[in-house]
Design a protein. Structure first.
Length: 91
């Protein structure tokens, strides 16, 4: 690989992160009328589902030992901009 190309690959490797995000919109009330809530629960023993939409909620989770922001780049900024995080903690 030419030196310029190699250097570019090294620099890009430190600044680029690839993530897959899914965005969907649905009328959950209609779905829930037809189904039981248990149909949506995962078949995993000892799990906790947390829905987080503010940094205050994330701080409360971190105080309880359920910190996720250290694994997500710009997590604080994303929550400040309106991101809603769904986290499943097992164990």
């Amino acid at each position: 690989m030419p030196p310029v190309r190699r250097a570019f690959a090294l620099v890009v490797g430190h600044f680029f992160q690839y993530q897959t995000c899914y965005l969907c919109e649905t009328d959950i009330q209609e779905i829930l009328k037809e189904r039981n809530e248990a149909d949506f629960l995962p078949r995993i023993h000892d799990f906790t589902l947390k829905i987080v939409s503010t940094n205050q909620q994330a701080d409360e989770l971190a105080a309880d030992g359920l910190d996720f922001r250290s694994y997500v780049i710009n997590a604080r900024e994303r929550l400040d901009k309106g991101t809603i995080a769904f986290y499943v903690f097992v164990g």
